[in-house]
Design a protein around this ligand. Structure first.
Ligand SMILES: Cc1cc2nc3c(=O)[nH]c(=O)nc-3n(C[C@H](O)[C@H](O)[C@H](O)COP(=O)(O)OP(=O)(O)OC[C@H]3O[C@@H](n4cnc5c(N)ncnc54)[C@H](O)[C@@H]3O)c2cc1C
Length: 383
């Protein structure tokens, strides 16, 4: 392992690996990633990997729109198939209040150039034929055909391989145990395999980012939300879009291989670090899923697992350098949507690190926003 680096990234999820790739691509020689387990062992490997541009806040929508443009050519760029496909996202709207918000969202999204439609109830089954519009209690939906999905493991490994090929050093089973700082400036990372001197550390440690920041007395407002997600047996191709409801909290899509993969908030508890999946999730998920799509009543569930969202008070990520410690850069707080925006987040952070160039999006997502009073909350999230 190198003992000196231009940048050390803590965390080998999709964000750490995509950032490593973009940094070496931009010409940095010594980029080191330390990952305490294996690549994608955190939220990335547990995620639904949906890619949606339909957000209520401008920053999330524009990060996702720009990321989709990158996803569209990423397999070619990284020379590996990340299984990106665009079947769209259909977001159910259940009442007039939700419809008002949907219209506001769509208008903002269209102002960013996104093609997105508001569907009447009878148009919903044109997109996803297996839905029971009455059962799901929808008065309409929004639909964006260019939303989609990619394989989170393939994406992370493709970024990591491309980063290594360009000279990055990626150390798995290597834990960042402390940070060194002096005169409010980062000096290095102490790992369980030795110390790496550096003036730039990126905190991309998912739910552990809060602990990493505490090593230099920086407080991050991150809360872990426990999530469960399941996969069914393989079925014939039935539909292409991801279906989602903010009110019911359900989301599901059919994978390329035929399984339905989806999740819903756990009824009784969502806090804490317990990794054991619950039976009540399975009951709640299957009841809601078959209310939406009765055809799935006789389908077998094969597997279900737990993962964690790193949630901020406004459900938007924390990005960029903190003003308390020079060279300490945040890339966390993704609040359940950090896979889909990783391509653009890593480009923006690369511009910041290599060129010192900031942007409106980075400025509005800096940690310091939580000191202000008027924080705009992202509303288009499942609980
Ligand atoms: C059930 C579920 C469904 C989701 N669905 C979607 C979705 O459909 N679309 C979407 O965009 N997002 C989704 N997400 C969110 C998405 O998975 C995350 O936002 C994203 O993967 C975060 O990536 P990351 O690289 O920032 O963090 P992570 O993938 O969590 O990576 C952080 C890494 O840091 C490592 N680490 C921690 N501490 C240390 C240390 N001290 N030293 C070294 N390494 C350390 C961890 O082992 C981990 O591998 C979902 C999440 C879950 C749990």
């Amino acid at each position: 392992m190198k003992s000196r680096a231009d940048v050390v990234i803590i965390g080998g999820g999709v964000n750490g690996c995509s950032l490593a790739y973009n940094l070496v691509k931009k010409g940095l020689d010594d980029v080191v990633v330390v990952e305490k387990n294996y690549l994608s062992s955190g939220a990335t490997g547990a995620c639904g990997a949906g890619i949606r541009q339909q957000w209520s806040t401008r920053e999330n929508a524009s990060l996702a729109i720009q990321s989709v443009k990158i996803f569209e050519q990423l397999s070619r760029e990284l020379n590996q198939d990340i299984e990106f496909r665009q079947g769209g996202y259909l977001i159910a709207v259940h009442d007039e209040k939700e419809m008002k918000q949907a219209e506001k969202n769509v208008s903002m999204q269209r102002s960013l150039g996104l093609k997105v439609d508001i569907l009447k109830p009878e148009e919903i089954t044109d997109i996803v034929p297996i839905l029971d519009v009455h059962g799901m209690k929808a008065i309409g939906a929004t639909f964006c055909p260019t939303d989609g999905h990619a394989n989170p493991f393939r994406t992370t490994f493709a970024y990591a391989d491309a980063a290594r090929n360009l000279g990055a050093e990626i150390n798995t089973h290597t834990m960042g145990v402390n940070l060194k700082a002096s005169k409010k400036t980062i000096q290095g990372v102490i790992t369980d395999k030795g110390t790496i001197r550096t003036n730039i550390v990126v905190n991309a440690a998912g739910i552990d980012s809060k602990t990493i920041a505490e090593m230099v007395q920086v407080k991050l407002p991150l809360t872990p939300f426990r999530k469960e997600i399941m996969a069914t047996e393989r079925l014939q191709p039935l539909f292409e879009a991801m279906v989602i409801s903010f009110r019911d909290g359900i989301y599901f899509s059919q994978q390329k291989e035929g399984q339905i993969v989806g999740g819903i908030p756990i009824p009784e508890e969502k806090g804490g670090y317990k990794t054991m999946p619950t039976f009540s999730f399975l009951q709640h998920m299957s009841q809601t899923l078959t209310r939406y799509a009765p055809l799935l009543k006789h389908v077998n569930l094969l597997r279900h697992w737990t993962g964690f969202y790193d949630v901020t008070p406004d459900a938007r990520p924390i990005l960029g350098e903190v003003k308390e410690i020079k060279g300490f850069i945040q890339c966390n707080g993704f609040s359940g949507h950090g896979f889909m925006i990783s391509p653009m987040v890593s480009r923006l952070l690369t511009n910041l690190i290599v060129e010192g160039e900031t942007s409106d999006v980075l400025e509005s997502l800096a940690l310091k926003r939580f000191k202000g009073k008027n924080i705009e909350k992202e509303l288009s999230v499942v609980g």
